[in-house]
Design a protein around this ligand. Structure first.
Ligand code: AMP
Length: 118
């Protein structure tokens, strides 16, 4: 977080300042149900650090943490669905990003074909 910035909404969830339906947590990652689900299973897999705004920054700054986001997503898809999933990282407002603290949308539970981008 930069000097005068407010903590992101996800940092406030990590700090338990606002409630969330947390499904996984370790030292570096938290995962919880999206408040406005777009699929039968819609989880957010979030590095606890808000040092990275998006997946590109995370890949450049801490590739091992990005890999951990993806392996965590697989484990959660195994646990909450049938192990098959779509992973979405929005980058920038014109791509629909609203929270500028890197996070992966884990979508699963039988998505119709041809729905990418809808
Ligand atoms: P993005 O549009 O990629 O930045 O995704 C942000 C996501 O965070 C959206 O899908 C929101 O529904 C979700 N979201 C925002 N606030 C909360 C919250 N308090 N608990 C759970 N999910 C949230």
């Amino acid at each position: 977080m930069s000097a005068n910035a407010e903590p992101s909404i996800f940092t406030r969830i990590v700090a338990r300042e606002i409630p969330a339906d947390v499904v996984f947590e370790n030292e570096r990652i938290i995962a919880f149900r999206d408040i406005a689900p777009k699929a039968p299973v819609h989880l957010l897999v979030v590095p606890k650090t808000e040092a990275y705004r998006n997946a590109g920054e995370l890949a450049a700054g801490d590739p091992a943490l990005l890999a951990e986001v993806i392996t965590t997503a697989q484990r959660l898809a195994d646990e909450h669905s049938d192990g098959e999933f779509r992973l979405v990282f929005n980058t920038g407002p014109s791509a629909g990003q609203t929270v500028f603290h890197v996070h992966a949308h884990l979508l699963g539970g039988h998505l119709p074909e041809g729905t990418l981008g809808q």
